[in-house]
Design a protein around this ligand. Sequence first.
Ligand code: DQA
Length: 148
Amino acid sequence: MSRIAVINGPNLNMLGRREPGIYGSGSLEDIQRALSGRFQGRAELGFHQSNSEGELVSLIQTLAGAADGILLNAGAYTHTSVAIRDALLAVDIPFVEVHLSNVHAREQFRHGSLMADLAVGVVAGFGAASYELGLEGLLGYLGGRESP
Ligand code: DQA
């Protein structure tokens, strides 16, 4: 069974209370419960959230040899963090980038990602379902099916 680290960056602990018009009314725990239910028996999931860039870097470093894949919503660090990009390059673990919102339909500064070009794929704009769709894609990739 694939070992998947589900990593959430800054402010995602505020889901449900944070800009519900953009991010919905569900909490991060709701997302985690839905993933656990849907992927039970198909993936071993480890859930992580940090508001700190350095902690996210250290966490990614610890995953070398301990995770087969990463489902990553780096939040605002998606658009800014060379350090998280470098950590992903260092561990070389396949990952899928996910976003609740359609970042391309928002402010210009959210259109870029410093990690998307390293990712197996990117899912954005489907709310909590982005995580489920992203994890389906990641497991398919890890199972040997080529991403299109
Ligand atoms: C986000 C989009 C980012 O631009 C934003 O900074 C977030 C959440 C999303 O899931 O839609 O914190 O990653």
